[in-house]
Ligand binder design. Structure first.
Ligand SMILES: [Zn+2]
Length: 355
């Protein structure tokens, strides 16, 4: 069934997730920090007829509100709210489905998520839908029972608002905006691999409450690292699906799985993960670099325009080159080109279910 273009939530979101799992493709979840990256993400999705997930880390949300805002917590909340309003207003005009999501929130950031749910509550009362499609809680530093009981509390708040929760089991190596874990070379990296028993525990507790997804660790690491440090083992995802399916007598892939730390991953491992019910892959490091690389190339090619308003030797004006719309657009184009590659890797190109 085709969905109305724009921000999706509730039943429509479930349908989009199921469409991904049944079609063997995943959506790119793109970390954005401002209108440039948000618009570029939607433009890339529209160009490739792909649905997309736009997400904000706590730092990204703060940047959206402005680094100069004095109260950092307030900026993290209001930036995320402002970004969501921007996307709600524009997404339908790009003609694709957009999922609005926030990235890693550890214990310290739970109040941030609760404050955003307050905003979704008000939005739901006024418009019949939440501001955000979903939020993530990353309590993987806690023991499994503390992690899951807090996830259950938050999901109980979100479910009546048609919102979904992403949880983290096991740890993704590296860090995402200050939340995360260093990967030590040669250290015991067993925590980087989620136990299927923990995934089953999460399913038992959360599936009666509401819609949720699991960022399971299978050796994935945030950022781009020297290859060979950590072994990607997507079969952990397969084993988790099998254990839940067996225990509950369900067919196919009952879990909605999320792939963190996708940047720099081998394409074959990405393709393998997709067959195990991964519907979302986060992308940040690679799109950041693509934006920066394109801006860098522009600046190098127009170096004098970044030094002089008017050339001191021949008097030529440089306004047309230093206009921020020129170099920011160059960055957006780099970002868009990298996303096109991601849509191809994830098999989402041409598969938008917006109609
Ligand atoms: Zn992550």
């Amino acid at each position: 069934m085709a969905l109305k273009p724009g921000v999706v939530s509730g039943e429509d979101y479930s349908e989009l997730v199921n469409s991904c799992k049944q079609g063997g493709y995943a959506l790119a979840a793109v970390n954005c920090v401002g209108t440039d990256s948000v618009n570029a993400a939607m433009e890339a999705a529209a160009q490739n007829n792909s649905d997309i997930i736009i997400q904000f880390s706590n730092g990204g949300a703060q940047f959206y509100a402005g680094k100069g805002m004095k109260d950092a917590f307030q900026a993290k909340v209001l930036g995320a709210v402002s970004a969501a309003h921007h996307v709600h207003l524009l997404a339908e005009h790009y003609g694709i489905c957009v999922v609005l999501h926030t990235d890693h929130a550890n214990r310290k950031l739970v109040p941030w998520v609760d404050a955003l749910i307050d905003h979704s509550e008000a939005h739901f009362k006024a418009h019949g839908r939440p501001l955000y499609t979903s939020h993530m809680l990353d309590l993987s530093e806690d023991d499994i029972d503390d992690n899951l009981s807090e996830c259950a509390r938050v999901l109980r708040r979100m479910a009546p608002l048609d919102m979904s929760l992403e949880i983290e089991l096991g740890i993704t190596g590296g860090e995402e905006d200050g939340v995360g874990h260093e990967v030590e070379e040669g250290a015991d990296n067993s925590k980087l691999y989620t136990q299927p028993e923990d995934v089953l525990k999460a399913y038992d507790l959360l599936s009666p409450i509401g819609h949720f997804s699991v960022a399971a660790s299978f050796g994935n690491v945030h950022g781009v690292y020297k290859p060979g440090n950590v072994q990607l083992r997507p079969e952990i995802l397969r084993n988790s699906q099998a254990l839940v399916a067996e225990t509950h007598g369900t067919k196919g892939n009952p879990l909605n799985l999320v792939f963190h730390g996708g940047s720099g991953s081998e394409k074959a491992k990405i393709a393998e993960a997709l067959t195990y019910g991964v519907f979302k892959m986060n992308i940040d490091t690679d799109t950041q670099f693509a934006f920066a690389e394109a801006v860098g190339a522009y600046v190098n090619a127009n170096a004098r325009a970044f030094k002089y308003q008017i050339d001191p030797e021949d008097g030529s004006p440089y306004k047309k080159q230093y206009d921020p719309r020129k170099w920011l657009r160059a960055g957006e184009e780099g970002f868009i080109a990298r996303l096109e590659e991601a849509f191809a890797d994830l098999g989402s190109a041409g598969k938008s279910i917006a109609g």
